[in-house]
Structures are given as C-alpha cells and as structure tokens.
Design a protein around this ligand. Structure first.
Ligand code: UDX
Ligand code: UDX
Length: 478
C-alpha cells in the first residue's frame, strides 16, 4: 500500500503543527485534520489567527491549506477515505476514579478508536500520536478487533511526537529522530515501512528509529521524564547555591561542558510547566505502582515533588523579601505562558506563583504578550481561590509598562525576550520604593538593575546579602 490519504483526529498543539509540516513536505499526500470542536476547526481555517501560536506555522498553513491540507469537523468522511489515521487527541491526567491525579485518562483515545471501528472500511494503519501509557496500543487493537467489520483490517503503530511548543515547526522539520514502534509480524513491519516512507520525504532514514510498540510507548514517557529530571536536578542545586553563595549558572556551565552531560536543559527556573512533563511523569509513576515497583515510582515522583517545591520556594521568597507580607501590595507579574513563544498556559508555574500571592492578599497586575486575558482568568478561577477575590485583586494589562506602574514588586515568570529589553530606568522611577525585581527565569542583567537601585532576587544566586533569608521555609541562615 502507498499512503495517499491521511486523517488526523485531534487538531491540537500536536495534531495541527505535525500535519501542517507533513503536508508541506509531502505534496503528494492529502491530509485532513479533524476535530470535534467547531471553533478549533474554524480557527484553523482562518487567516488572521490560528488556535495556537507557533512561530512559522501560519505561513505553512497558508501555503498548504486547500491544496493538500484540510481542516474539518467531518470526522466520519475523513476516516473512511484515509489510508493512515493518526490519533492525536489529548490524554489528560484522570481527575476522578481509579488512578485519580496520576493515571492518563484514555477516554478520548478510546472514543477515537471506537469512531474508527464504526466507520473504517478496508485496510487502515492506525497510529498513536498521543502520549499514552505502555500497552495502550493493545487496548486500541482490542476495540478495533471487537468491532471489526468483515471488510476491514487494522495495523497499529506507535509514533510519539517530540516537538516542543514555541519551536514546533523547527522541531518537526529538523527532528532529532522519528520513532516508530510496531508489531514484529510481517504486517507490522510493512506498516512501519509505509509510515517511514511518509517521513522519508524530509527526514533522513538514518534518523528514523524503529522498534517494538511497547518500547516506543515507553520511550516517549522516558524522554519527558529524563528532560524534567534534569530541570528538577538543577533546580535542586539552585537552592543549595542560594544558601552557599555558589552561582547555579556557573555550576550548570561547568557540568554542561562535560560531553557526557551536555549543556541543554540545565537552565534553573521557577519550575517547569507545560502539558506534558507533569502528566507523563505522573503516568509513569502510576504504571510503576501498578507493576508493583514502588521504589521506581518514588524515584520519579521526586522529580514532580522537587518542581512543586521550587515553585513554592519562589513565591515564598517574594513574600519573605517584601517584609513577610504582600497583603494589599501591588505586584506586577510578567509572563503567564509556561515558556516563551507560546500562548499555552497548561501547568504554567505562573499559575502557582499567582495563586500563592493572591492567597496572601496581594493585588496582581498581570501581563503576557500572547496569552488571552480570558485564559488567565480561567486558569486562576480553576484554583481553589474565591472567584470574587480574583475579580477584585487581579488586573490584566495589555503592556508591561502599565502592569508595572506604581507596583511594589515585579515578578518575572516567563522568559519572553521583550522583558529583557524593557526600559528599566523608567520602570524604576515608576515603581514604589524600595522597588523589587524577582527574576524567576534568570534573564535580566542583575548588576545593572542593582545599580539602578532595584532590590533584585533571582534563582540560584544570592544578590542582596542584606535581604538575608534564603528561600524556602527550611533554611533561614543569611
Ligand atoms: C497532545 C497529545 O496528543 C497528548 O497525548 C500529549 O501528551 C500532548 O500533546 P495536545 O495536542 O496538546 O495533546 O492536546 P490539545 O491541544 O488539547 O488537542 C487535542 C484536540 O483533540 C482538541 O482540539 C480536541 O477538541 C480534540 N478532540 C479531543 C477530538 O477531536 N475528539 C475527542 O474525542 C477528544
Ligand atoms: C516537552 C518536550 O521538550 C517535548 O519533547 C515533548 O514532546 C513535549 O514536552 P514542551 O513542554 O513544549 O516540550 O516544552 P519544553 O521546552 O520541554 O519546556 C518545558 C518546561 O520546562 C517549560 O516550562 C520550560 O520553561 C522549562 N525548562 C526547560 C526549564 O525550566 N529549564 C530548562 O533548562 C528547559
């Protein structure tokens, strides 16, 4: 079989960019991205704003849309005509029932599998793109087989996505590797070859790695767990640096020069966010518990615990520095996305910091260049805080200067480039004194800011010795 038509179920952060790049690189393949949400599909079909912000994506969509790339709500027709179907729906952490707070909720994946079973005819390759627990392919296969029509047959592959938000287009075009897992049977190997052929339109075959389905599913969880573990490791050391006078950037540089360790993902921060790291590690922890491997589960759980500690430590540092109270104080919070170059706020550390400060009575002035105002309010409203308190004490601004004016402190939660080049002299004169800056991303020139008269605090480096206290409640030496 030569793949001529592809359907992707789920037009989200993964399905949308992946299929757009695939359509760009495979003009001979027709790709239809389908979704239950009418709003999402109409946004993908619009010319002014896509449902997600991703540098370079609009140009690709405009080039391919209507040619060999289509966005539609007609899931049934797209399934019927496709040779290959990607399942790219979301797999959130379960919020109730067995495995609550840890296991991945596969109801959308299961729903997609049932929809395929009801509508597909002929031979189809079904590909798990969504991140799923190990052995999920088995569940998909049993749904497909149980509902098998006489004239239909399926082969299942695992093809996890490794793109990072903000660099999705670049990550897809120049992927480090493409992973394809399949069955060892002849049919399984054929299916692997067919999907490899699609990627070979632009990825060198040496970078297409094939393996068995379970290895592929576990590799995706493992890759995210390793990346998150590096951040938690450097963040753990940042606490040691603040207590000792070491500088975490110098430590990161020193260890990163060891080619066995490497320099990437060693940026200490207010904590990691995003839709994947926490969810996938919790999923891994749950799998380990189910496999009766409590030591392994506890090991990975610590990566999450350290991240929670870091976010809380940062928020408590702000409070401790502002004379142990933020009640009634005006605080500007710059950046709400979980990282720069995205409008995504899922698990953003800014949410944790904002709710912590609000719970202590602070008035927040929030600005983010890409996050919708309603989305910021929705995120805060999903916390345990009283919605009236949020209404009274939060103002969302459309530029950084108006957010900062007349505030006691400025807290940076996302590393947007535009925060680096703000006019800090003007900002200092506009703020209440003493004027505080808390740089949760280590992006500013701290020496310069101190010369301007700011009280500066950052992560993993002690700047204002006179401010005394180390971060966090456990260590109070100055
Ligand atoms: C993806 C993955 O697939 C997830 O497993 C991985 O861990 C992170 O990336 P993502 O693309 O970020 O998820 O999710 P999201 O942006 O929420 O998009 C999912 C889309 O699927 C939504 O547009 C939703 O409307 C759609 N959907 C969901 C369906 O079309 N049908 C459903 O039954 C469920
Ligand atoms: C991640 C993986 O990188 C990607 O391969 C996978 O497919 C999905 O999950 P993403 O969550 O989009 O991608 O962004 P990533 O760049 O990994 O950043 C995750 C979080 O870690 C962000 O909050 C980021 O600010 C933080 N981070 C990253 C650090 O705090 N320090 C670092 O050194 C790197």
């Amino acid at each position: 079989m030569v793949i001529k038509k592809i359907c992707c179920i789920g037009a989200g952060y993964v399905g949308g960019p992946t299929c757009s790049v695939m359509a760009l690189k495979c003009p001979d393949i027709e790709i239809t991205v389908v979704d239950l949400s009418k709003e999402r599909i109409s946004q993908w079909n619009s010319n002014d704003k896509l449902p997600i912000y991703e540098p370079g994506l609009m140009e690709i969509v405009q080039k391919c849309r209507g040619r060999n790339l289509f966005f539609s709500n007609d899931i049934v027709s797209a399934i019927k005509k496709a040779d290959l179907i990607f399942i790219s729906v979301n797999t959130p952490t379960k919020t109730f029932g067995l495995g609550k707070g840890r296991a991945a909720d596969l109801k959308y994946v299961e729903g997609a599998a049932r929809m395929i079973a009801e509508n597909a005819e002929g031979s189809k390759i079904v590909v798990e793109k969504s991140t799923v627990p190990v052995k999920a392919a088995e569940s998909i296969m049993s749904i497909l087989k149980a509902n098998n029509k006489p004239n239909s047959s399926y082969r299942i592959l695992s093809n996890p996505e490794f793109l990072a938000e903000g660099t999705a287009v670049e990550d897809l075009i120049n992927a480090d590797r493409v992973l394809i897992g399949g069955e060892e049977s002849a049919e399984g190997q054929d299916a692997i070859r067919e999907l490899s052929w699609v990627y070979e339109h632009w990825i060198p075959s040496s970078k297409i790695v094939t393996m068995n389905t379970w290895s592929s599913e576990l590799s995706k969880l493992a890759a995210n767990a390793f990346l998150a573990q590096r951040i938690s490791s450097i963040n753990a050391l940042s606490a040691v640096c603040e207590s000792t006078g070491a500088d975490v950037s110098e430590v990161a540089r020193a260890i990163g020069l060891d080619s066995r360790i490497g320099p990437k993902f060693l940026q200490a921060s207010v904590g990691f966010g995003g839709s994947c790291f926490q969810k996938d590690i919790l999923n891994l922890v749950y799998i380990c518990e189910c496999l009766n491997l409590p030591h392994v589960a506890a090991y990975w759980q610590q990566v999450i615990d350290m991240n929670e500690y870091q976010k809380t430590r940062f928020a408590e540092k702000v409070i401790a520095s502002l004379f142990n109270t933020v009640t009634g104080k005006q605080i500007a919070l710059l950046g709400f996305a979980f990282k720069k170059n995205t409008g995504d706020t899922r698990e953003s550390p800014a949410i944790h910091v904002a709710t912590h400060l609000l719970a202590e009575g602070a008035h927040l002035h929030i600005y983010d260049p890409k996050v919708e105002h309603s989305q910021i309010i929705d995120e805060l409203n999903s916390s345990t805080l009283d919605p009236d308190k949020i209404k009274r004490n939060v103002i969302i601004h459309t530029d950084a200067y108006s957010a900062i004016k007349n505030t006691h402190a400025l807290v940076i939660c996302t590393e947007w480039d535009e925060f680096v080049s703000l006019d800090y002299e003007k900002i200092h004169s506009d703020m209440m004194k003493p004027a505080y800056i808390f740089d949760g991303r280590k992006i500013l020139d701290h020496d310069y800011l101190q010369k301007l008269g700011f009280q500066v605090q950052t992560i993993g480096k002690r700047l204002n010795r006179d401010l005394g206290r180390s971060w966090g409640s456990q260590n109070h030496q100055s």
